[in-house]
Design a protein around this ligand. Structure first.
Ligand code: UDP
Ligand code: MG
Length: 317
């Protein structure tokens, strides 16, 4: 029996890129006729004609399946819905904008077939076409998160990767509400081959990420995969207590020995404001973890599918 590849494609307002994506991917699949394939398009609450485009593709090609969310749940939820419903022996996640070149698929397959690896992940070696400030912060983020968490996150890693079914099962098992896939892929382990390639620009449409969204996403990544901020907050408390103790001794000795009159309200105000700031900062850190916990305990579904062309799909999870 032929082995099957499932391609999971999260789509949010991608009516312009989808025809290009489908055409190019179809021709690449034509070069590997020994494999069956299924397209699993996940329409993440698009506000444009994405769903109609998907329906049209599905009517012409029975390898095309689509799931349509009841609203925009985000790319992480879209990928999760794909993983829950993929039936292939090999599963890949791909962007709809051709920034993850389908032409790499045959080679990635070959590496998996060699049996030495369980997944082939892609890594951008250049950040060409990206604003320098964004690249700078991205590099810093990878440095920090690798220092303070045990999830191995590679700089420039994309979500584009081809995996064996058992790895996908492990990902589905990680049913946490606050999802950060780059961390999850690293956390579950398995032997991963890193495939370097040059950055490609979007074929059509616009990116859904701005600097602020990326910044918040990176903070989420840190809170999801590391307790280091909590440790830092505790250490800051211990250090400041020690400092306060030394200062008290200093002030008392100076009063007793030199009998200085009371002065220095300005420095006092600075210290009070400084300490107030640090306390709020630490409280904020705790609040971040508490907020995540709050969402986890609610056990809300990750996604709700309102429409699909395959009734066997898991619709709410
Ligand atoms: N995407 C999604 N839901 C969202 C945002 C994005 O499904 O809320 C999809 C989008 O359609 C695309 C992929 O995630 O296929 C990557 O998004 P984008 O190209 O905007 O990100 P970038 O490549 O610029 O990082
Ligand atoms: Mg993109």
């Amino acid at each position: 029996m032929k082995k099957k590849i499932s391609l999971i494609i999260p789509c949010y307002n991608e009516e312009e890129s989808l025809p290009y994506f489908y055409k190019e991917t179809k021709s690449v699949l034509g070069t590997i006729p020994d494999y069956d394939a299924e397209f699993l398009f996940v329409n993440d609450g698009s506000k444009d004609r994405t769903l109609s485009v998907l329906k049209e593709l599905a009517s012409k090609d029975d390898r095309v399946k689509y799931l349509s969310f009841s609203r925009n749940f985000g790319k992480e939820a879209a990928m999760y819905a794909g993983f829950c419903n993929a039936t292939g022996n090999y599963v890949a996640v791909m962007d709809a904008d051709l920034q993850d070149p389908p032409s790499l698929l045959p080679e990635m397959l070959k590496i998996l077939e060699s049996g030495e690896y369980d997944s082939v992940a892609t890594r951008r070696v250049t950040r060409k076409g990206e604003p320098p400030i964004r690249s700078f912060f991205a590099r810093m983020f990878y440095k920090i998160i690798n220092k303070i968490s045990n999830a191995d996150i590679v700089d420039g890693a994309r979500d584009f990767r081809l995996m064996k079914q058992e790895m996908v099962d492990a990902i589905v098992e990680m049913s946490e509400y606050n999802r950060f896939s780059k961390g999850i892929f690293g956390w579950i382990g398995y032997r991963t081959y890193w495939f370097p390639y040059e950055n490609v620009e979007r074929v059509a449409g616009e990116t859904k990420w701005n600097f602020w969204k990326l910044f918040k996403y990176s903070l989420d990544g840190i809170v999801n995969f590391s307790q280091a901020p909590l440790t830092i907050a505790s250490w800051m408390g211990i250090l400041l207590t020690a400092l306060a103790f030394i200062m008290t001794v200093f002030v008392v000795v100076r009063r007793v020995v030199f009998g200085d009159p009371v002065a220095g309200w300005a420095s006092l105000v600075c210290i009070i404001v400084f300490l107030g700031g640090i306390q709020l900062f630490c409280l904020g850190i705790m609040g971040q973890y508490l907020a995540k916990m709050y969402m986890e305990t609610k056990k809300r579904p990750h996604f709700i599918i309102s429409e699909t062309n395959d009734e066997s799909m898991i619709k709410v999870k």
